[in-house]
Design a binder for this molecule. Structure first.
Ligand code: DC
Length: 230
């Protein structure tokens, strides 16, 4: 990719529970851009490691697996701009959201070789599109540093726990708050402190604290910002 060139991309980073997926899907829909969830790619790789019963300490094998991994993100229009995640041609959209996959992603996402391979794939995807909304942890800093629009979404820890609680409730699952707090704390810890591609605010990114904002408020702020810079 020519890094001097500004890509017609909205790059969005932020911690777990900051509203990235919901907001990114809606922003993509409003702008007529394609939505890419990079977290789904780390999740799909993690699922594959688990299915192939590879030990998470076997870094070389995991990196090799990430080199040739067949992940496809397809638009699936049910409700809002959602995506279907295909791994080796099979729909794993639900499986990759399971609690054990969520818990284990940190072991694959911390590996330099894995990040290099998935970042290359993500750049290829973005390059092919005339407009993209890509979200993750290192999109504004590593994957698409030349994106025309860079956004860092944030929210307080308490609010992010509350949102997770509601998400599970909607699915009919009741989880102890302490468990959700512990899980989020661990995810923050690995996202902010990993050596490669840690989550941080990129230079030139606008920061939106979503704690006290509605979803539509945040979407409007982002689409207004994009339209102003067009
Ligand atoms: O966005 P998410 O919670 O579905 O992402 C799952 C995990 O993948 C998250 O805990 C961190 C990792 N991830 C990453 O390291 N880099 C990205 N660009 C996106 C996600």
């Amino acid at each position: 990719m020519k890094f001097t060139e500004q890509l017609n991309a909205v790059a969005i980073d932020g911690p777990a529970g900051s509203g990235k997926s919901t907001i990114s899907k809606l922003v993509a829909e409003k702008l007529g851009f394609t939505y890419i969830d990079t977290g789904a790619m780390y999740r799909a790789l993690t699922l594959k490691v688990m299915e192939e019963k590879i030990d998470f300490s076997n870094e070389e094998k995991i990196i090799n697996l990430s080199k040739n991994i067949d992940i496809k993100l397809l638009p699936a229009r049910d409700g809002i701009n959602t995506i279907k995640v295909l791994l080796d041609g099979k729909d794993v959209s639900e499986k990759i959201r399971a609690a054990d996959v969520t818990r284990n992603v940190k072991y694959t996402a911390k590996l330099k070789g894995v990040r290099e391979n998935l970042v290359a794939l993500q750049r290829l995807m973005a390059e092919k599109l005339s407009g993209v909304v890509m979200e993750g942890r290192d999109i504004t800093t590593v994957v698409l540093p030349t994106a025309k629009y860079k956004i860092y979404l944030d929210a307080s820890f308490e609010e992010r726990v509350k949102r997770r609680l509601l998400e599970f409730e909607k699915k009919g699952e009741i989880l102890p708050v302490e468990e959700l707090e512990k899980d989020l704390e661990e995810r923050d810890n690995s996202d902010f402190t990993r050596d490669v591609g840690p989550l941080k605010k990129a230079e030139g990114a606008i920061v939106i604290d979503t704690t006290n904002l509605s979803i539509s408020d945040v979407v409007t702020r982002i689409t207004d910002y994009v339209k102003k810079k067009l």
